[in-house]
Ligand binder design. Structure first.
Ligand code: ATP
Length: 239
């Protein structure tokens, strides 16, 4: 229905074998909304993205995406539905061209559409578009990270999940990646962002969740006053 969020997660539990990491997560993302998932190291943020994209089992609870049940969908089913997980440092093939890296990311798209999708993804990253004929390995580390994001965009996601896109980037490149997030929002693409840089995350997001030891301890719009202080208290268990 029109009122249903794009992503709806209720009472989700997940983890690694017998190790339960997430203990009943409730979380939503509206169409075109940018949501940051924050929390201390080891809280379970990466685990959450993995459970949503089918890389880890959902042991209990429910995931709905675009009005459909997506609990325990495979990564391929999730990606086809428009739920795309960009995994940092992943899948840039160094020996083939930038363009071929992007074509590969869209390997299962209709043949006639793939080239246009590659152009669309490159339009977000002019400095990578300039190097489209160079090998993936000729890009700098930061450029490879942007190429990873572009690989996700080839799939024209409805929700793009980014896990610490700022990791290892210079401040200028961090801002550039977060500008892409703003552009995605303006195009109606939702983003679920895991980010360690609190100030940057708060500037990029509409709303935040704080995850501590596998529990959501705080949910708030970024317009809320004193949010950094509230988050800090939540991290240390005093909120
Ligand atoms: P960080 O910012 O440090 O990446 P995070 O919030 O993303 O933290 P996760 O990576 O989701 O946290 O880790 C949550 C918990 O799951 C941690 O206790 C971690 O040790 C554990 N964990 C992560 N990966 C595995 C794994 N492959 N096998 C077993 N336990 C794991």
């Amino acid at each position: 229905s029109a009122a249903e969020p794009l992503l709806f997660v209720a009472a989700l539990e997940s983890g690694y074998g017998k190790i339960r990491v997430l203990h009943g997560i409730d979380l939503t993302v509206a169409p075109g909304e940018v949501v940051a998932l924050l929390g201390p190291n080891g809280a379970g943020k990466t685990t959450m993205l993995r459970a949503l994209s089918g890389l880890l089992p959902v042991n209990a609870g429910q995931v709905r995406f675009g009005g459909r049940d997506m609990t325990n969908a495979t990564p391929r089913e999730a990606a086809r539905a428009g739920l795309v997980h960009v995994i940092e440092g992943h899948r840039v093939f160094t020996q083939i061209s930038v363009t071929d890296n992007l074509l590969l990311a869209g390997y299962d798209l209709p043949r006639g559409e793939r080239a246009a999708r590659v152009e669309e993804a490159l339009s977000f990253f002019p400095e990578i578009a300039e190097k489209r004929h160079e090998r993936g390995g000729a890009l700098s580390g930061g450029q490879q990270q942007m190429l990873t994001v572009a690989q996700g965009l080839v799939r024209r996601p409805r929700l793009l999940m980014l896990d610490e896109p700022s990791a290892g980037l210079s401040p200028v490149l961090v801002d550039r990646v977060l500008n892409v997030v703003a552009r995605l929002r303006s195009q109606g693409i939702a983003v679920l962002l895991v980010e360690q840089l609190l100030e940057k995350a708060l500037a990029a997001a509409d709303r935040v969740y704080a995850l501590v030891q596998g529990h959501i301890v705080l949910e708030a719009p970024t317009s809320e006053a004193n949010l950094p202080q509230r988050l800090e208290r939540a991290y240390f268990g005093h909120d």
